[in-house]
Design a protein around this ligand. Structure first.
Ligand code: ATP
Ligand code: MG
Length: 414
């Protein structure tokens, strides 16, 4: 049989790649907890309607990117393309809409049928946060500040920039939409084929187009700022004041509309110029209509999702594994004592491993090569005295140590 490969657009997480990945998740989990967030985990596949109803009939995700299939009973299921719709579904089905606010952190694989390239895959992973049940621009700013704190903790602050925009409320958006349709109709010959189709259904999406032809038209497109009603303007001002309070620098970018249909008011992206066209690493916005679409009461909410692969690519140095301690039984009756020694080191929090294969010389060679900090050598003679040999591999020094003192001695030197 020819060798099997991972499916196109998927990859294995092994070694350094896996450590980078885990570091992003651990950091996000730690920081979101300091903001009072709790971790949720929802199924990887859902009833297709969870996504098709909510992400919008015209979004790229729903029209082109979903992995949708009938199961053996004929139910239409979809591998989740994103996390927010599923979190809102879980909020409603678990009866939590009367128990607000909810602050939710999640992470896990997402699936989109996309053209694979650096930073763009068919199975990728996200960290995400949702603040459900409040509508206050200061808390939008806080949610963004939390994303910023994660990026800073990952050492990415110098590489990223925050871009923000407002999509206003429904009333403002529909006035602007009319003006946009007018404008693009006048330039319909210069639009890409895809955008020509979007024109009547969802002209806002044209602002998010990646086609150079469309982008050339955007400079003169009507700016949303002049269509904001008072309420939308108040929210937008509040967001910017809030970001100032949290000390988060930002630039305004009227082109940020986000890929999905459910946003209102706040929209934002943290971007980098270090990943080519795949420059958005963490992005989100306010989605006040989504919980109601899912069958719950009208519920305001804001959230974001970050692409773990893109963040992992940006990390300067992958986190190191801690140096290990090797425990070597030198034969005779020492195996029991070796097991006890290795277990006591593990209970004390050390990475400790039994080294059992080959001659003592071979084992020592392997241990040195592995970068271990210490080798613990157990021989009959020392054991009879209640002690072991501890070799410090960095200092190349060896001494006899009482078994009772082992954990203390390796701790001192670590
Ligand atoms: P893009 O414009 O790059 O397609 P998007 O608007 O579709 O992004 P979101 O749905 O907002 O992205 O997802 C949030 C984050 O998840 C993105 O900013 C990105 O970092 C990451 N992401 C999205 N799609 C992919 C993918 N196919 N592969 C890897 N990461 C992805
Ligand atoms: Mg996309």
């Amino acid at each position: 049989m020819s060798q099997l490969q991972p499916a196109r657009g998927t990859h294995d997480l092994i070694g350094e790649t896996a450590r980078r990945h885990a570091h992003v998740i651990d950091t996000a989990r730690r920081i979101t907890a300091t903001y009072g967030y709790e971790e949720w985990s929802t199924p990887i596949f859902e009833d297709t309607r969870v996504f098709s109803r909510t992400l919008g009939d015209t979004s790229d995700v729903v029209t082109k990117e979903m992995y949708t299939f009938p199961d053996r009973a004929g139910e239409s299921l979809t591998l989740r393309p994103e996390g927010t719709a599923a979190i809102c579904r879980a909020l409603v089905t678990n009866g939590l809409t009367q128990n607000l606010p909810q602050k939710v952190f999640y992470n896990g694989p997402m699936f989109r049928y996309e053209r694979p390239q650096k930073g763009r895959y068919r199975q990728f992973h996200q960290i995400g946060a949702e603040l459900i049940g409040v509508s206050d621009p200061l808390l939008d700013a806080e949610t963004i500040a939390m994303g910023h704190a994660i990026l800073r903790a990952l050492g990415l602050e110098p590489a990223i920039q925050l871009e923000i925009n407002t999509l206003g409320d429904n009333e403002s958006r529909s006035a602007w939409r009319t003006a946009l349709i007018d404008y693009f109709r006048r330039h319909v010959d210069d639009l890409s084929n895809e955008s020509r189709e979007r024109l009547e259904v969802n002209p806002l999406r044209i602002l998010d187009s990646k086609s150079a032809q469309d982008r050339a038209l955007l400079d003169d497109a009507p700016a949303f700022a002049s269509y904001l009603n008072d309420e939308s303007r108040r929210f937008w001002d509040g967001l910017r004041r809030g970001l100032d309070s949290f000390g988060i620098p930002f630039v305004e970018n009227p082109r940020i509309v986000r890929g999905l249909d459910y946003y209102s008011h706040t929209a934002f992206e943290f971007t980098t110029d270090k990943l080519g066209a795949q420059g958005t690493v963490l992005a989100g916005g306010r989605y006040d209509g989504l919980v109601a679409e899912m069958g719950g009461p009208p519920t305001p909410a804001i959230g974001w999702a970050g692409g773990i692969e893109r963040l992992a690519l940006l990390l300067e140095a992958p986190p190191e594994r801690p140096a290990g301690i090797a425990v070597i039984s030198m034969g005779g009756d020492t195996m029991n004592a070796a097991v006890q020694a290795v277990q006591s080191l593990r209970e004390a929090g050390f990475r400790a491993e039994l080294e059992t294969r080959g001659s003592v010389k071979k084992r020592m060679e392997r241990v040195v090569k592995s970068g271990a900090s210490h080798a613990i050598l157990l021989g009959d003679e020392e054991l009879a005295r209640g002690s072991v040999q501890v070799r410090d591999l960095a200092l190349r020094a060896q001494r006899e140590v009482a078994i009772a003192d082992l954990v203390r001695i390796v701790s001192e030197k670590a």
